[in-house]
Ligand binder design. Structure first.
Ligand code: FAD
Length: 537
């Protein structure tokens, strides 16, 4: 058996796959290029790019620089530093759920490859406090169906509006015209993040970007996935990663074909290729300066894209007082000012047996949330929970023994949670930011992911995209292609001139005219001008 296995392995190694053949082709075409790659930012996008590129160690050397002093991961933050005994999911202060309805989410498979345990957040309890109503099970199916009808009708009707309405405007119109705005489905649709964010676009609405499908979690916390990307495996060594290295300037030295990276600590280094993997807000706020400036269309894309504000709150009680058989508790609200504020609560107890609830604060209230003290937040959260479950029930939980909160809006190296489709923006913005600035600058991050912006898998996929482009010498090929086109244009122009000058009885006269017009640096010379100049001559 062992013999046969060996035979099989050697058979496998002698037959090259298409991608191996392509790799060989690339290496043949660009044999002498050993390139240094610098990745700026150790979020999932930067780490994915670095991991991808480091698979070709003979041709590339990769170093990742991260601004944070004591952690990497960016908007993935499984805060085990504050809570050393944490399993993981109960301390996830950033991204914590994989989208299961997205067609392009490789993270579940990756988690499986890394043998990380996942679990589903299943079962919704929907609470309308002012009506004293609590829905679950088959009721939820009916309510979800009605909410879906409202949303679909709103999106369809919005197509014929003269201007682009927000999801909220379109939904409100449908509720006003055709549904009761007091129906249970209408309360549910108003809990959707795309409704909570006042200017979420109807034109580019996709349910999996924000509203639906975020159901799978890693029990050890999302940070574990990033730890594996950094540490590698038996075949892949750890990534070369340096913390506490905030980049201040990225300067292109086109004459040498090099990029100079300057750090806040005063040091600098040179590289062939840089992968810019920092959040959009960091570029927008010019915390990193580019020299020369980014092209105009990049600057427009950076300034026009919407950046969402959202935060997370984690509360641990002495014991779990909430119903054990639901994954999510969703609270409807009446007042616009309450939308997005602690509406959705995740039952962590069901996942890891700890008496922990996490909730979200989204939109405008996420900004005010960061100014509140821990005590104020605790009191406010208890008020909300009492509204949802009743005072007697909540008092069974005892004291809050742990409170952890994110501050993504004022967090120095994030300045916001993620990009979203704002009214008036077009897909071209994301497309622009995903295009490398050849010869040596590649952009990655959720904000460069056209169809999956704002998501964890979108950020990961963007890193893989840039990694593949660098491995396949995207810029070299693009520049060669541009040079070939220029050469072709020059050749055609020369042929055209030759034809013009070579034919006809007055060829020498015409040639003289042409020479005059070429000496003069006007681009276009009219016939009359040409005649006048002939006369002058
Ligand atoms: C509260 C919250 C909940 C979320 N929940 C989900 C979810 O459940 N599912 C989902 O799919 N998505 C979720 N997201 C979105 C997801 O977290 C992001 O889309 C994704 O993590 C972005 O990854 P990134 O690599 O593009 O950027 P980041 O993770 O932000 O990485 C950028 C890195 O660059 C570093 N950096 C910044 N400036 C510099 C500098 N000057 N020099 C060097 N390094 C620098 C930063 O410190 C950071 O490490 C959530 C986001 C938030 C905020």
């Amino acid at each position: 058996d062992r013999g046969r296995k060996k035979e099989k392995t050697s058979e496998k190694s002698s037959v090259k796959t298409d991608s191996e053949k392509e790799d060989d082709g690339i290496k043949k075409a660009y044999p002498l290029l050993h390139k240094e790659v610098v990745v700026v930012g150790a979020g999932i996008a930067g780490l994915a790019a670095a991991r991808r590129i480091s698979k070709d160690r003979s041709n590339f050397t990769v170093t990742v620089y991260e601004a944070q002093k004591n952690r990497y991961g960016g908007r993935v933050w499984t805060d085990k530093l504050t809570n050393m005994k944490a399993k993981g999911v109960e301390v996830d202060l950033g991204s914590s759920a994989f989208n299961v309805i997205s067609k392009n989410n490789p993270l579940l498979e990756l988690a499986e490859d890394f043998e990380l345990k996942t679990s589903s957040i299943e079962g919704l309890q929907f609470i309308i406090p002012w009506e004293g109503k609590v829905y679950s099970g088959s009721d939820i199916q009916d309510i979800t169906k009605e909410a879906g009808q409202i949303l679909n009708q709103a999106l369809n009707e919005s197509k014929s509006w003269k201007f682009e309405p927000s999801v909220r405007e379109a939904v409100d119109k449908v509720l006003h015209d055709d549904f009761s705005s007091e129906s249970t489905g209408s309360h549910l649709v108003k809990c959707l993040p795309s409704y909570v964010i006042k200017d979420y676009s109807t034109r580019h609405y996709r349910p999996e970007l924000l509203d639906m499908g975020y159901e799978k979690v890693l029990l050890d916390g999302t940070g574990e996935l990033l730890d594996r990307l950094v540490s590698g495996s038996s075949e892949e060594p750890p990534l070369h990663l340096q913390l506490n290295k905030a980049v201040r300037q990225i300067k292109f030295d086109n004459s040498k074909g090099k990029v100079i990276i300057r750090f806040r600590d005063g040091s600098q280094r040179q590289t062939d290729v840089v992968v810019v993997a920092v959040p959009l807000s960091i570029i927008a706020s010019q915390d990193i300066m580019f020299e020369p400036d980014l092209p105009k269309n990049y600057q427009v894309a950076v300034s026009e894209m919407g950046v969402l504000t959202s935060n997370k709150l984690i509360l641990e009680f002495e014991s779990a007082f909430w119903p054990s058989d639901f994954g999510v508790f969703l609270r409807a609200v009446q007042e616009d000012q309450d939308r997005g504020y602690m509406q959705s609560w995740i039952n962590i107890h069901r996942l890891v047996g700890l008496p922990v609830l996490t909730t979200f604060v989204m939109g405008d209230s996420a900004i005010g949330f960061e100014k509140m003290t821990d005590d104020d937040i605790k009191q406010s959260a208890l008020d909300v929970l009492i509204e949802m479950f009743g005072k007697d029930t909540v008092s069974k939980g005892g004291d809050v023994v742990r409170l952890q909160r994110s501050q993504w809006v004022t967090e120095e190296f994030s300045k916001g949670s993620h990009t979203y489709s704002k009214v008036g923006t077009t897909p071209e913005l994301w497309e622009t930011l995903s295009e490398p600035l050849c010869p040596g600058v590649y952009f990655v991050g959720e904000h460069t992911s056209l169809g999956e912006h704002g998501t964890l898998h979108g950020a990961y996929n963007s890193g893989i995209r840039a990694g593949d482009q660098i491995l396949s010498r995207y810029c070299e090929k693009k520049m060669e292609e541009e040079e070939r086109r220029r050469e072709e244009a020059r050749r055609k122009e020369a042929e055209r001139k030759k034809k013009e000058n070579g034919g006809g009885a007055n060829a020498s006269e015409e040639r003289a005219t042409k020479e005059v017009s070429l000496e003069d640096d006007d681009d276009v010379v009219t016939e009359e001008e040409s005649d006048e100049r002939k006369d002058e001559l």
